[in-house]
Design a protein around this ligand. Structure first.
Ligand code: MEV
Length: 322
């Protein structure tokens, strides 16, 4: 029998551009490499079938009897179908550092880790483009009309500029920067916030299109700041994006309060990230201010707080395509 192994997939934050990205505008996203979903794969005796155990839920399902739309089963089935393989004799045990419905890509990360486990078990390389496409199928089923940004940044595990329907462009980041990520403690199901924005857009298309265009302009400015290493100039762009997200109706009093606290504690800029209404916010900080910003957020009621460094990159570096 083969030996057990473990694979994982990262979380993500959207720097700027969420929601507008569903409507064809660009968005910038970065992987959060320190927060991950993990899958341990253990071969089982012949005839046992494939079992998926999700430790955090907790839930154990058998692949052959799970409902067709079960998200975990769907990721595994799509990977098997892509490889032309029958149900394996395998136990897949899943655990995740990522909050469910927290705007950090938990669903896409779990699917990506499952897809990678099946590819690894089959001895086949898990090409990011293929992983992204398979995870997108699961996302579509469970999130309505996803843009595809979550599956893309998680599968490539690189900072990207994303436009719906186009291959991702790897971001050029001239200077590393630090983010504090804070969980508002309120779940934020993406399907609901995306549906709420769609209702608003159907009611007032011109106003919403103007807001999306304003967000796209911030994204373009932010991309130039990152490429030039002007990290301080990124802060006000995050603040402006948060204000536009407020106008889209996807913030909340609690998120607005936490964003204000982060700025007062010295953050260069702060905004909600992901679907909004709850979930997480990001605060751009000078490294020496990370601790005081984190403490202020905690005192104001934020739940989990996490600090991440986004390293400098260059799309000219061929290693940055994988
Ligand atoms: C979710 O991480 C980002 C949204 O823009 C939805 C999407 O792009 O699919 C809110």
């Amino acid at each position: 029998m083969r030996t057990p192994f473990e694979v994982s997939a990262c979380g993500k934050v959207i720097l700027l551009g969420e929601h507008a990205v569903v409507y064809g505008r660009p968005a910038l996203a970065v992987p959060v490499c320190g927060l991950r979903a993990w899958v341990r794969a253990e071969p089982l005796p012949e005839g046992s079938g494939c079992w998926i155990a999700a430790l955090d839920l907790p839930e154990t399902i058998r692949l052959s009897t799970a409902p067709p739309d079960h998200p975990l089963a769907m990721a595994v089935r799509l990977a098997l179908a892509h490889l032309g393989l029958p149900e394996p004799d395998l136990r897949l045990t899943l655990r995740s550092d990522l909050p469910i419905a927290g705007g950090l890509g938990s669903g896409a990360s779990v699917s990506a880790a499952l897809v990678r486990a099946i590819f690894r078990w089959a001895g086949r390389p898990a090409d990011p483009e293929v992983v992204s496409a398979l995870v997108y199928e699961v996302e579509k089923h469970h999130h309505g009309t996803p843009s595809g940004i979550d599956n893309t940044v998680i599968a490539y595990e690189r900072p990207i500029r994303f436009v719906r329907g186009q291959p991702p462009v790897l971001l050029s980041i001239a200077r590393p920067f630090t983010l504090v990520i804070a969980d508002s403690g309120i779940p934020s199901p993406t399907r609901e916030t995306v549906a709420a924005v769609r209702m608003g857009w159907e009611r007032e298309p011109e106003r919403y299109e103007r807001l999306f265009d304003a967000i796209a302009a911030l994204v373009r400015e932010a991309e130039a700041c990152l490429a030039a290493g002007r990290i301080e100039d990124l802060g006000p762009l995050l603040d402006a994006n948060h204000q536009l997200l407020q106008e889209l109706g996807v913030s909340s009093h609690h998120l607005d309060h936490l964003v204000r606290i982060a700025r007062e504690a010295g953050a260069l800029g702060a905004k909600l990230t992901g679907g909004g209404r709850g979930g997480n916010l990001i605060a751009l900080v000078r490294p020496e201010q990370a601790t005081s910003v984190a403490h202020a957020l905690q005192a104001a009621g934020a739940r989990a707080i996490y600090r991440t460094e986004i390293p400098a990159t260059s799309p000219a570096d061929p290693s940055s395509t994988r």
